[in-house]
Design a protein around this ligand. Structure first.
Ligand SMILES: [Zn+2]
Length: 276
């Protein structure tokens, strides 16, 4: 980051197809605060289903399979008011997203960052890693897209070693988008509050070690994540004195806890706490 301009951007937790609700919440924020958002970052489980065929490629129990709002944006009946960038979570139509492992624009103002990706937004370098961690297949390639339907949809929801190496190769990022939380951000005394939310391979851990590795290596000013449907804030202190702020966001049906707005001025990035 180098410029001295001031701008605002928003971060959004798991959307699960509720794009209309996301747009109305953020549009209301802009109106109340009389500030435009320059862009929106989203941390996965966006669920951009174009149609029922996309929906069948998502890993989720039947009761969670809903088409959601995305088709309206894809068919240009609605439009996102600002450019939106998202990574993939563990509930996504990977039959569609994996046609674009390097990322793609899926609708006007709607960009998938890819299995791994990076984008420069107003001099802010934003990197992302799609998917969640599974130790058993971490060193293996994902199944080819052609096997979709023959293997479990779940097999497409994981990042692997190659993805992590690609993000490491980016060297530095100002903002890092992850779906699951980095490990080691919960102090031991708070661990009991996360009972039942531990989805890591290591039952002692919330989050995963590879997400943490990326935070330690890229030392972003800001890490954004979702997945656990819980709002949480933490800081990772790096040995060189740098700090990474970690902002975990709730899911959209939990209301305001799914959102955060940040103000960037020059090289300073601050979370905006809204006045009542
Ligand atoms: Zn979710």
């Amino acid at each position: 980051m180098s410029s001295t301009q001031t701008f605002f951007f928003a971060a959004v937790g798991d959307v699960h197809g509720h794009m209309h609700r996301m747009v109305s919440h953020l549009t209301a924020w802009e109106e109340r605060n009389r500030k435009p958002l320059d862009f929106v970052l989203q941390v996965g489980d966006f669920e951009p289903h174009r149609d029922d065929a996309d929906l069948t490629t998502m890993a989720a129990p039947m009761k969670y399979r809903h088409l959601g709002d995305f088709a309206a944006y894809h068919q240009r009946r609605r439009r996102f008011p600002w450019p939106l960038y998202f990574i993939g979570g563990n509930h996504e139509p990977y039959g569609h997203l994996d046609l674009h492992p390097e990322g793609a624009s899926l609708a006007p103002h709607c960009h998938y960052l890819g299995r791994t990706g990076v984008v420069e937004l107003n001099d802010l370098r934003v990197a992302g890693l799609s998917g969640i961690h599974r130790e058993a297949t971490f060193t293996k390639p994902r199944p080819p897209l052609a096997s979709m339907g023959d293997v479990s949809n779940k097999d497409f929801t994981f990042f692997n070693e190659q993805d992590v190496e690609r993000v490491l190769a980016l060297g530095h990022a100002d903002v890092l988008l992850l779906h699951d939380w980095p490990a080691g951000i919960i102090p031991p005394e708070e661990a009991a509050n996360f009972e039942g939310l531990r989805r890591s391979a290591n039952p002692e851990l919330v989050g995963n070690e590879y997400a943490r590795l990326l935070v330690d290596a890229l030392q972003p000013q800001l890490v954004l994540c979702g997945h656990l449907h819980r709002r949480y804030a933490s800081t990772v202190q790096h040995p060189n004195g740098q700090q990474s702020r970690v902002r975990c966001l709730a899911s959209l049906d939990q209301g305001a806890d799914a959102f955060a707005v940040f103000r960037v001025h020059g090289t300073t990035l601050q979370e905006v706490s809204e006045q009542a």
